[in-house]
Design a protein around this ligand. Structure first.
Ligand code: NAP
Length: 482
């Protein structure tokens, strides 16, 4: 099955920070793939903007290297040259006057206009001011901002204020790239497009939900940033919270940006504060062949967590009594992200005690592969009585939809949504603030307790306390990468 490609309208996309790591690894390769699929009309312009001394030619060389180095670069490299004709560069300083008139003169008034703030948040205010000063913002101009969107409620409010003083909220696209993943959108399709699941999607039938985002990599070259951030701010407040919202939210009246975001917001507001004994922080230790977290961040005293596991509760009619367990960490056994919806046992077994306890489980896998599996109980084949067995009903998208099915990278999807003007998969200001309002007391709590993260073996399942968090309640995390 080949997906339907609908080209976007002619656009000018300006990437502030066009020479940076995000532009090189994600934004430019994503645009190239959409170009190869015919979604970007010829004549559209992608303008890199940064302080580096580059010309249009050297920026095109930079972009060529970036798109060809991408993991999943399309094989039709012949299209690279055509793609490069869309690219331009302006030397600009977000904090000074250089380059702004040049950029302004390049823009066309009668096409879609989007400014991608792929720079540190400390520059958002300056960029917003100068875009206005130079009258570059039209009514339907779009502003794309990246995480981290603040490091607490106060800083998030300040960023929102900087943006709202210059742009309408309908113009602002806050990226959480997890929302661009095909399976995350499929979660909504599975829940709200099928009669099968929704009647069971509540505490009467669901024992618990677990959300895991495990990474095999350590902090890499981001040590200085990560040591100030940690897993709670870097992953839980945004990615895991968004996955929780999509899993727990009520059906919106329609699939429209504010209807979806209103329902997500209600979930965050229904989250109870997390009790300290429902919270585990960890830090990966060194191995014979890899450095530990403290060496990676070059801070031997670091008390920052590279792992968090917690139990939380959504206090509303649908979820009262069904715990949500979240865990995320670096240097774990494998790269593995998934949502597990664990259904309750049948109320009574007609097969007797020897058949054992069985329950259904819906597994929504986000990475490394995307797919959905439903675990069902069947009879073990063969003679000798009624023995039961749990088997997966697998729906790996690649297999089910055939080799031509296109599952675009999250950035491809999200950038096209920006250009189409669809905000459904982007976080609204009140959502971000509500997420920080829930996260802040957790962080303040462990700071007040001088909490020291528990060490865990690199390439393991995380600290033993995280296992105990569930085992104490007769439950188990699904093994990472099983
Ligand atoms: P980066 O590699 O440090 O790049 C920063 C970019 O900003 C460079 O292009 C730099 O170019 C430009 N810049 C810095 N000061 C400037 C100024 N005064 N005026 C104009 N341009 C300026 O950072 P990054 O990794 O690309 O990240 C960009 C943003 O995305 C950050 O907020 C980051 O947290 C976020 N993010 C990044 C990733 C990722 O995987 N990299 C993932 C999620 C979110 P010049 O030095 O040439 O000016």
């Amino acid at each position: 099955m080949v997906s339907r490609i609908i080209p976007v309208d002619l656009f000018d996309l300006i990437i502030f920070g066009g020479t940076g790591d995000l532009a090189r690894r994600k934004i430019l390769p994503a645009l190239f793939k959409r170009f190869c699929d015919g979604q970007i009309p010829q004549g559209s312009r992608i303008i890199g903007a940064a302080r580096s001394d580059m010309t249009m030619q050297t920026y095109q060389d930079f972009a060529k290297e970036a798109v060809l180095a991408a993991d999943d670069a399309p094989s039709h490299t012949a299209k690279v040259d055509a793609f490069l004709t869309c690219l331009d560069y302006v030397k600009i300083d977000a904090m000074g006057e250089e380059g702004w008139d040049v950029l302004s003169a390049k823009l066309d008034t009668d096409r879609v206009r989007a400014f991608y703030f792929s720079v540190g948040p400390n520059l958002f205010d300056d960029l917003a001011d100068r875009l206005h000063l130079h009258k570059m913002v039209q009514d339907d101009t779009r502003i794309v901002v990246e995480k981290p969107f603040g490091r607490d409620l106060i800083s998030a409010k300040a960023l929102n204020k900087a943006l709202s003083s210059r742009f309408d909220e309908t113009q602002v696209y806050r990226i959480d790239h997890y929302l661009g993943k095909e399976t995350v959108q499929n979660l909504m399709a599975v829940r709200f497009g099928n009669m099968l699941f929704e009647p069971l999607w509540n505490s009467q039938y669901i024992d618990h939900i677990q959300i895991t985002v495990a990474e095999e990599v350590g902090v890499g070259g981001r040590g200085a940033y990560y040591d100030k951030s940690g897993a709670m701010r870097d992953m839980v407040q945004n990615h895991l919270m968004q996955l929780l919202c999509l899993t727990a939210m009520e059906p919106p009246a329609k699939f429209d940006p504010d209807a979806v975001r209103d329902e997500k917001l209600k979930v965050i507001r229904a989250l109870e504060p997390v009790e300290p004994h429902h919270l585990v922080r960890g830090q990966y230790a060194e191995t014979a062949s890899t450095q530990g977290f403290r060496e990676d961040v070059e801070n031997p005293q670091s008390k920052t967590e590279s792992f968090v596991a917690l139990k939380c509760a959504v206090q509303n009619w649908r979820w009262a009594g069904t715990p949500f367990y979240l865990r995320t960490g670096k240097r774990l056994k494998a790269r593995d992200s998934e949502i597990i919806v664990a259904f309750k046992n049948t109320p009574h077994s007609i097969f007797g005690p020897e058949a054992g306890q069985h329950s259904n489980e819906l597994r929504i896998q986000l990475q490394p592969d995307e797919g959905i599996t439903l675990k069902v109980t069947i009879k073990e084949p063969g003679p000798g009585g009624m023995r039961l067995l749990d088997v997966p009903l697998d729906m790996s998208f690649a297999e089910a939809l055939g080799p031509d099915a296109d599952t675009p990278d999250a950035y491809e999807r999200l950038i096209m949504d920006v250009l189409r003007g669809n905000q459904t998969l982007f976080m609204r200001n009140d959502e971000v603030e509500a997420a920080w309002a829930w996260t802040d007391p957790i962080i303040q709590g462990w700071e007040a307790r001088f909490d020291v993260p528990k060490p865990y073996d690199a390439f393991s399942e995380g600290p033993i306390d995280a296992m105990l968090l569930m085992q104490r309640e007769g439950r188990e995390w699904r093994k990472i990468a099983e």
